[in-house]
Design a protein around this ligand. Structure first.
Ligand code: GLU
Length: 426
């Protein structure tokens, strides 16, 4: 990939979110002052911090945390460890989080960040030291009532446990337990929520079920393809399987596999856990991935990175539904092509909102010193993700707009109202 393409892709992500924002703001006639406020990020933190490597050498890493808006509550959103993380990506992803939490009706704002690195290149002990030094460098910029990170691409419960431990270790003894609530997505024994691991995938499938209900379709027997088989992709496939849908192709950073008769989701999940990717899985044929989005299927679930569905491939898509498990997988121009072709999109801020809703339950559980049962978690997740879906469909009808624009309008109306009620200090 040339440097030019990389730069273009990175720029597109922030451009994308702003074009989506402008479209919705125009459609709803958003208050001009509020529009100016929401068009900017509130805080952008960039830290450079040293870490001792296993061989004794020192490396300096760069970490980001962008806090887009906190009008509705503390900044909330994941930390990702990936070579594509930079200030532009963090801005875009933080902005999406503001819309996502507002749409879900949560008492949160939006933030996002991470470190620009490829975690595969580091040992576990290096990743632990990188994570702890990053947390230390962020210092008082995060906190249970200020900014609450969570897992995202290539980060997991173990990384959240290291962040919680580091953050709490810098506090006075009587503040340590409260300080553990600085992150969600922790391991269950360390205060995590049972079911947080599957919350995003569960929400994706609940949205697909709502789509089916809305359009008179059936999920059972539908063929679907998934890009990305990490936490979101695997759990989405797991719940699609429970609905009787058939997984026919998967693509990830290690390759593309296809089996029109159906891929065994649980066996593939096991294989990925053991091998770090789908390559080498024997239950499907390894194929050329260039035309992945054009593969024959009914439903497509992009659950990897942003900017995957572009004007290059939108014209070849066979699916009638795209359920965005990832953040920003469809670019603005591609979406116009999809609309002309009558391909429905469940937008990211609605479709993958189950993750941050699960995080909210974890935060509540921690603050109330409770332990929630997984059955209750899933019932409440189904309720909140379902209600957000209904609000979007209703708003799409009211304004005669697509579901993405409607999802933005629901979020922006809430933000606009709170700014109107409270005013702008002084
Ligand atoms: N990283 C997830 C997202 O993009 C979850 C964020 C959270 O739970 O705070 O929605």
């Amino acid at each position: 990939m040339s440097t030019n393409t990389e730069t273009k892709k990175r720029t597109n992500m922030y451009e994308n979110v702003m074009r989506e924002f402008d479209k919705a703001a125009d459609a709803m006639n958003l208050d001009p002052g509020v529009r100016k406020i929401l068009a900017a990020t509130q805080n952008e933190i960039i830290v450079h911090f040293p870490v001792k490597m296993d061989d004794g050498s020192i490396e300096v890493f760069t970490g980001y945390r962008v806090q887009h808006n906190n009008a509705l509550g503390p900044y909330k959103g994941g930390l990702r460890y990936h070579p594509t993380v930079d200030i532009d990506a963090a801005r875009a992803l933080a902005t999406w989080m503001t819309w996502k939490t507002a749409l879900a009706g949560l008492p949160y704002g939006g933030g996002k960040g991470g470190i620009q690195l490829d975690p595969k290149k580091y040992s576990q002990s290096e990743l632990e030291r990188i994570t702890r030094r990053f947390t230390y460098a962020l210092g008082e910029n995060i906190g249970p009532d200020l900014d609450i990170p969570a897992p995202d691409v290539n980060t997991n419960a173990q990384i959240m446990a290291w962040i919680a431990d580091t953050f709490a270790s810098t506090k006075a003894p009587n503040q340590r337990f409260e300080a553990f609530n600085v992150v969600t997505g922790k391991p269950v024994v360390s205060g995590g929520l049972e079911g947080r691991d599957r919350a995003t995938g569960f929400g994706v499938v609940n949205s697909i079920k709502k789509w089916a209900e809305h359009t008179g379709e059936k999920v059972k027997g539908k063929k679907y393809i998934v890009q990305g088989f990490g936490n979101v992709g695997y759990w989405a496939a797991h719940f699609m399987n429970e609905e009787g849908a058939i997984l026919t192709a998967v693509q990830d950073h290690t390759g593309t596999i296809r089996n029109d008769e159906g891929i065994d989701v649980e066996k593939l999940g096991e294989h990925v856990l053991q091998n770090g990717g789908i390559a080498g899985f024997t239950g499907a044929e390894s194929v050329d991935g260039a035309g992945f989005f054009g593969f024959d299927c009914d439903i497509c679930i992009p659950a990897a990175l942003g900017n995957q569905i572009t004007t290059d491939n939108a014209g070849s898509i066979k699916a009638k539904l795209i359920a965005e498990g990832a953040n920003g997988p469809t670019d603005f121009a591609a979406e116009e092509i999809l609309r002309d072709r009558n391909i429905q999109v469940i937008p990211d801020i609605l479709c993958n909102g189950g993750g941050v809703i699960g995080s909210y339950f974890e935060w509540l559980q921690n603050r109330r010193s409770e332990t929630w049962k997984i059955e209750d978690v899933l019932i409440r997740l189904e309720d909140l993700t379902g209600r957000a879906f209904d609000r979007v469909v209703k708003t799409a009808d009211k304004y005669s707009v697509d579901w993405r624009t409607a999802a933005y309008i629901v979020a922006l109306e809430r933000l606009e109202q709170t700014y109107k009620e409270r005013g702008v200090f002084p």
